[in-house]
Ligand binder design. Sequence first.
Ligand SMILES: Cc1ncc(C[n+]2csc(CCOP(=O)(O)OP(=O)(O)O)c2C)c(N)n1
Ligand SMILES: [Mg+2]
Length: 284
Amino acid sequence: MAEARDFNCDFENKWCPGCGNFAILEAMKNALAGRGLSPKDVLMISGIGQAGKTPHFLKCNFFHGLHGRAIPLATGASVADSRLPIIVSMGDGDCYGEGGNHFLAAVRRNPDMTLLIHDNQVYGLTKGQASPTSKRGFVTRLQPGGVRSDPLNPVALALSQGAGFVARAYCVHKEQLSGLISQAMDYRGLSIINIMQVCVSFNPVNTYDWYKDRIYDIDKKGHSTDDFQAAMDLAFMDDEKIPTGLIYKKERVCFADRVPVLAKGALADRKYDSAKVQALLDKV
Ligand SMILES: Cc1ncc(C[n+]2csc(CCOP(=O)(O)OP(=O)(O)O)c2C)c(N)n1
Ligand SMILES: [Mg+2]
């Protein structure tokens, strides 16, 4: 029987005390153990940032890639071996800024992976610059007059582009989050969970106190996850009330089913025929 502590890793953790990432990590371990998985059964992929360090602190197979580039790495891995569940951990900057175009491509392709975005609305690792999800007026040392752009709305963006599994979560509500992670892993295709994450060092606005009276669970309000219009309404939160839970779910064709050659099974199991490859190269 798998337990959350099987995923503990003794790599020294330098996240700030009180960081919302600790709760996200715990929710991940609970979700994985709850599914009876062991560390060798999971592949985690991340980019750069504090969120990108998550796989260092979780015992599993992992690849820590370049800033913004976790999604293409994960897509490649899913093509090579579609049997391994893939979890991608990215920060808001990593996913929607540096990796924004990869995010869009992934929504269109629908590769089978669970994408967790640790959305603290700031560039944490590099000490507090504005990110694409920072609110207008958010003051940082680099933006002393406040951010002038409007924030990106990741949930609305994912929905509008046809994503088939879109959820919003809050780091403190670990039980809801681990349940969502597990549901996301059941979904065949790209499952996106935008996790509202507190950054105790560089986001003095969106604190634990700030979230306390704003966050609410949509499951308790009888939301239908197949209602696109209702999902869009939930996407456009106004900061006074922040709905969390599974916002939208529909079946879509997975990337592996769009590429005929992948129907023959995992590439990792295929025999490599050097003569065929050479013959192909000789034609060039
Ligand atoms: C191509 C590239 N640009 C910029 C950087 C510098 N950099 C490293 S992490 C980071 C921001 C990370 O912010 P986010 O993705 O929100 O993660 P967080 O640290 O907040 O978890 C930046 C700009 C980099 N490493 N590579
Ligand atoms: Mg961030």
